[in-house]
Design a binder for this molecule. Sequence first.
Ligand code: FE2
Ligand code: FE2
Length: 432
Amino acid sequence: MIPSAKKLYELNQSGVSEQELADRYSTTRNIVHGKIYRYKKRMHLDIPEKDDDDESVDVINKTFEEDFGEVYSKSRTIRTLEKLIEEAEVDLEEWEITKHVINKWDVTNKFGTTFENWQVKAWLARKNPIEIVMPLLSPVVIDVSDLRARRAIKSDDRSNRSITRFMVLNDPHFGFDRNVKTGELIPYHNEKILQIALDIVSEHHFDYVLWGGDILDANEWSSHWIKRPEFVQTTQPALIEASKWIASFISESVNKDIKSIALMGNHDDRIEKYIIDNLPNVYMLSPGDDPDGESLLSISNLLGLKRMGVEKYATEYIHGSTRFIHGDIARKGSGNTARIHTEDTLMNTVFAHVHRRELVTKTIIGSGGERKEIFSMCPGCTCYTDGRVPGSSERSNWQNGIGILEFVNDKCLSHQIIKIDDDTCVYNNVVY
Ligand SMILES: [Fe+2]
Ligand SMILES: [Fe+2]
């Protein structure tokens, strides 16, 4: 039999839970709870206040973002949508309810009291959506005066850098055929090409003019060809012509301090080889009053190089990491000789001998990942390409051109081949 409400209350107060009382007296916990609750109410006994641990505490959350919102409650007292809207103070003139849910469940707090808890949630939409104001499109104005100033500063900086400029003239083959009937001299060296180069040197600052070898054709001294009557007595006019042009590139230069360099080619060696083979008594013969001076029949003495201040180099001239050679390789196929010259060196190579314009560049990556760019270049020849030069024919693939190289701090930063076609070229915006 279930004891009185007072007894249940006292037992509960002594630490016996409502469930234990229900089990002890074979009844339900709800009945025990109701008896104790009503007793306390009748006797005005203390009923615990809601606290943070009491899951019956009212919770109202409101979230509003521009055109949408949500309101949510969890309590014992808010049990309807209307009550939620009222408690959350939602203005229904502004908001429209698009959806809602209501849930209910039983909760027992730590005092053993069981009650109904209610969850009510509503989704809202603004009746008059907020107007999104897009920024007006307007022209973008950029002040470029600062950019112009920067360019001007940079331009000044560039113009102040020191550039060393080379002109390379390869294979002029100064020499003649003599018309055996009229005595007329027919030149191998192309005077029009040489005149173009001379015009450029007389109008632009060059620090060096470099003759890349085969300065003389020396046809009269060759052991390769049958000594045709046309070759006879052409050496003297060839020497005069070569000396005249070499001197002109010094005297006519806009840079009065231009340096002149002459590399020797295989044709330039012909006179010395002939002397060794046929006139050994003349080899290295010098005047009695100047025995240590240039030998009488040396190419330098015959052309007057030393007297003109031209530096002569037998095989190569080196400037920074660039070597200038005449070369003795002539591979078939366009560009093949230039490629060969990149395979055995870490230097740039400016070569002659092939009478063709060729340019190959190559990037070498070292074992440590360091990068080095090199190039190999032949700017073509300055002799005739029409087959008149001994050893060539009308079908030879020879090409005319001049080389221009620019160095900054001994590093070659510009390597140009100035193509000359039909005796015409373009350099620095001028047609020559
Ligand atoms: Fe040559
Ligand atoms: Fe040559």
